[in-house]
Design a protein around this ligand. Structure first.
Ligand code: GBH
Length: 450
């Protein structure tokens, strides 16, 4: 296949992988405790196609077939998430053994296929019982999360060496608790900030629990992307700086520098913020970045004009407004395709965090397009892998790259109408069919091997 020369040569020990998350693929909802997403999706209007993830890809019953697809693809690692309510239906206390058994079988299957398991402990599916007790607005949730981390590590830690604590706490704060577009559907705007602090604390306490269980290879997966000011005017650059703090620094600064951006620490609920920040900034073995697209941001729009973000109409009191990025192709989702923004992001990240920065891993990158003959996805992946390689050449220490996603799956508030998979899923028959991008990636990875 001519496509084999499509990407430059990466270091021989570079880790290639694919990503998924529990709620988006597992199904088997009646074989686990309820999560905030089960409650959210049953409210009409919350999910655009009216669907739920009760069955999704039925990965819970078809994981062997999915592991075979990963093996055939030739990647070295699989990033999946563990469902907290499948392991602990009430959030803490008694373990649902059958739920934990599932991850045990999955890890065995992966190891037998020579694929490294990389579990994420939290990808947005908070147990409903924990939510009813106050959820991420409560400090106690961080403690319960650490107990859950210890339960999972005790069972899988003999075979799992690499762990991810949280997925995108920024999106979970912003979309789930500030804007209400994701579960649990809270619209708290800036009153959502405690959700950020408690997730960071949960991360720090989970790192401690994982280390106590012997784990030595721990990271986190955060969403990042360059923020482009709408113009050079002072109002626009100030608005862009503000947005950049929320997306790119609110989580990374405490994790990597041990401090919140100026003015934010005072807003966080904590009996002892300095002690919390020490917990949060415990050294990581690597730092995961989920990259999709840059964001252009300007001053708030004039009164009466509604700004949109990710399909939601933003409340007028926000001190910024996202703007269209023109001049680039867009995915089905309307997100601009700007591979150079990945190089820009990675070099800026290295410059900002310097010596405090552990090795980086791209824990998600991908796009939504219809169809089996998905040349646009091939172009997207090829462009981003070239951009990633340029960052390596510029001296940024990136050790791995995971495609989002292995399978088409339940795309949150969009339901099943956005398809991110390398493998197509027919939601009537649950049949899996590799797309052209799957074949392309398999050949590209084959060409990487000596
Ligand atoms: C990830 O979040 C999630 O981890 C994953 O579960 C999900 O399936 C996947 O990405 C695909 O969505 O409208 O142009 O302003 C993605 C985070 C946040 C990236 C919103 C795009 C808005 C783009 N996303 N952002 S735009």
């Amino acid at each position: 296949m001519a496509a084999t020369a499509a990407i430059p040569q990466f270091p021989h020990d570079f880790l290639w992988g694919v990503s998924t998350s529990a709620h988006q693929i597992e199904g088997a909802a009646d074989e686990r405790g309820a999560s905030v997403w089960d409650a959210f999706t049953t409210v009409p209007g919350n999910v655009k196609d009216g669907s739920t993830a009760a069955v999704a890809c039925d990965h819970y019953h078809r994981y062997r077939e999915d592991v075979a697809l990963i093996r055939e693809l030739g990647v070295g690692a699989y990033r999946f998430s563990v469902s907290w309510p499948r392991v602990l239906p009430t959030g803490s206390g008694s373990v649902h053994t059958a739920g934990l058994d599932f991850y045990d079988r999955l890890v065995d299957e992966l190891c037998a296929a020579g694929i490294r398991p990389v579990p994420t402990l939290f990808h947005w599916d908070t147990p409903l019982v924990v939510q009813e007790a106050g959820g991420w607005l409560k400090r106690d949730t961080a403690e319960r999360f650490a107990d859950y981390a210890a339960v999972v590590a005790a069972r899988l830690g003999d075979r799992v060496t690499r762990w991810i604590t949280l997925n995108e706490p920024a999106e979970h704060t912003l979309l789930g608790h500030a804007l209400g577009q994701h579960a649990p559907g809270e619209r708290l705007l800036f009153d959502a900030l405690p959700v950020a602090h408690h997730q960071l604390l949960a991360h720090g306490l989970a790192v401690r629990a994982l280390r106590a269980a012997g784990a030595s290879d721990i990271g986190i997966a955060n969403s990042h992307g360059p923020t482009w000011p709408a113009s050079a005017d002072a109002e626009d650059t100030a608005a862009a700086d503000f947005y950049d703090i929320l997306l790119n620094r609110l989580f990374a600064d405490p994790l990597l520098l041990g401090q919140y951006p100026d003015g934010i620490g005072e807003l966080m609920p904590s009996p002892d913020l300095a002690a919390d920040l020490r917990t949060i900034s415990a050294p990581l073995d690597w730092y995961g970045i989920n990259f999709y697209q840059p964001t252009k941001v300007g001053a708030p729009l004039p009164e009466g004009t509604a700004a949109e973000f990710s399909g939601v109409t933003l409340p007028p009191e926000l001190p910024f407004s996202p703007r269209e990025i023109d001049g680039y192709p867009v995915t089905d989702f309307g997100w601009p395709v700007v591979p150079d923004a990945l190089t820009e992001l990675l070099t800026a990240f290295r410059d900002r965090y310097g010596d405090g920065l552990p090795p980086l891993v791209i824990t998600e990158n991908g796009c939504s397009y219809e169809g089996l003959d998905d040349q646009e996805r091939i172009d997207y992946l090829e462009g981003h892998l070239r951009a990633l390689h340029r960052a390596l050449e510029a001296g940024v220490d990136v050790r791995g790259y995971f495609v989002w996603s292995l399978l088409d799956n339940f795309e949150w508030a969009e339901g099943y109408r956005r398809r991110f998979g390398l493998v197509h899923v027919d939601y009537d028959t649950l049949e899996r069919t590799p797309k052209a991008s799957y074949d392309w990636l398999r050949e590209a990875l084959r060409a990487q091997r000596p």
